[in-house]
Design a protein around this ligand. Structure first.
Ligand code: BGC
Length: 427
């Protein structure tokens, strides 16, 4: 079997991060509080996280060394607006400096405005469960875009509104730890209205701006093919997690669960699709299951490369827009199968490009980072982080990724050197 492949000419590759997960020197946010309350498995917190806030130049130089073409980063709302209506201009300027420096070394930035974190004060006044609170985020977002535009012309409003809401308000694992279907519905409705409002306002002000969401899309399978209940759950969960949420945010198509709080007309509220793809779920109830036996990563998630093309197809069918893989990666603590993971997923993408406009790939993650509930114990990086010394070291998978970028694909020699001998763990 031939192992080489090439990407389409306009395809660009780079990495993604999120402020709370890499910056350290953490401001007062919902996640800092959550860590202080003891919810993080290894007892770590966003205060360390590798210290990118201070080491941003070193990281930008490392990115340049790796030959990255694009970078997806997020702005920490809690750092920018430590008190309501009080904006720290030095903080915003520091973000702009980073973006300008990246530009200088040839890396184009895509900015996420909300990646799971809220200022502590916002959480204390009821967070996203209160429709009236959306005005605070709108003010922050407008101020941030005003400063960053036109150096940055592409923005993601919300990262994974489905994961943020379901984990924070239905399962209660993420802050604010609520377990209420009513609140889940309420928060999704407020987030969707905020996305659409921002989409409209920013387009009025900046005609060339590009706005989207980074949507977590999964592939689903029924646990037992012969069991009608498993199919029913599969259909229900898939419909809710993937489709209902996409339709509300991106098309303004609301229903009983996600309500149209802003009386928006149906429309097209995204200029690109941001797709975060990690895994496939095996469904037999409301809980998330994994196929047995299956290749899995160190967190037990099934590795299912074909799925990345399947979710792109689903999204494109809903709204034909350029597809950006805004996240894809795996927890491989010893870096023994990440190169194979990269190879398998990128190969599927290269093939799918014949039919789908997949234009970007942002690998998750640039470096090992504060992985939410798992803390520092789950490593997703192409760059190894020593959390004590904050020393960064490019992993073997990071070197493979650099090669892939410089070759705009994979050749037999690269495959043999990095991916061929790797084996996925199984459950
Ligand atoms: C999130 C990231 C997270 C990654 C791996 C995504 O759901 O956007 O912040 O680190 O998954 O768990």
């Amino acid at each position: 079997m031939a192992h080489s492949f090439k990407f389409q000419n306009n395809f660009r590759l780079g990495v993604a991060t999120a402020s709370t997960q890499i910056e350290g020197s953490a401001p007062a946010s919902n996640w800092l509080t959550w860590a202080e309350q003891g919810h993080i498995k290894d007892g770590s917190s966003p205060t360390n996280a590798g210290g990118h806030w201070k080491k941003w130049k070193e990281d930008a130089n490392l990115m340049q060394k790796m030959g990255l073409q694009i970078y997806r980063m997020s702005i920490d709302w809690a750092r920018v607006e430590p008190e309501p209506h009080h904006f720290d201009t030095q903080v915003l300027q520091r973000y702009l400096d980073e973006i300008l420096y990246l530009k200088k070394v040839g890396i184009e930035t895509l900015v996420t405005l909300h990646h799971f974190s809220n200022p502590k004060w916002f959480e204390e006044i009821g967070g996203w469960a209160k429709k009236a609170n959306a005005k605070y985020f709108l003010e922050f977002a407008e101020k941030t875009v005003e400063l960053l535009y036109p150096q940055v012309q592409e923005f993601v409003t919300f990262n994974e509104p489905n994961v943020y809401t379901v984990f924070g308000y239905f399962y209660g694992d993420f802050p604010p730890g609520k377990k209420s279907l009513w609140l889940t519905s309420r928060v999704l409705s407020v987030l969707a209205a905020t996305h659409i409002r921002l989409y409209i306002v920013l387009h009025q002000r900046y005609p060339n701006i590009k706005i989207g969401i980074a949507h977590h899309l999964r592939v689903y399978r029924a646990k037992r093919l012969w069991n009608p209940f498993h199919h029913l759950f599969k259909f229900g969960i898939k419909h809710f997690f993937n489709t209902t949420i996409s339709k509300a945010f991106v098309l303004g198509r609301f229903g009983l669960f996600i309500r149209n709080l802003g009386h928006f007309p149906r429309g097209e509220y995204a200029d690109f699709w941001g797709i975060n793809y990690y895994s496939r779920s095996t469904v037999s109830s409301f809980a998330d299951g994994v196929k047995q036996p299956a290749p899995i990563n160190d967190l037990g998630w099934e590795i299912y490369p074909k799925g990345i093309a399947q979710v792109c197809k689903t999204a494109y069918r809903l709204l034909p827009r350029p597809l950006f893989i805004t996240e894809n990666g795996t927890c491989d603590n010893r870096d023994t199968f990440r190169s194979k993971y990269l190879y398998d997923h990128l190969r599927v993408i290269a093939k799918a490009q014949a039919k789908l406009p997949i234009e970007r790939y942002y690998h998750w993650c640039f470096c090992d980072n504060f992985e939410w509930l798992e803390g520092e114990s789950a490593r997703f990086g192409l760059v190894h982080m020593d959390y004590t010394s904050q020393k960064r070291t490019i992993k073997s998978s990071g070197k493979f990724f650099s090669k892939i970028i410089s070759q705009h694909g994979v050749n037999e020699r690269m495959y043999a050197k990095y991916a061929k001998k790797q084996v996925y763990p199984t459950n």
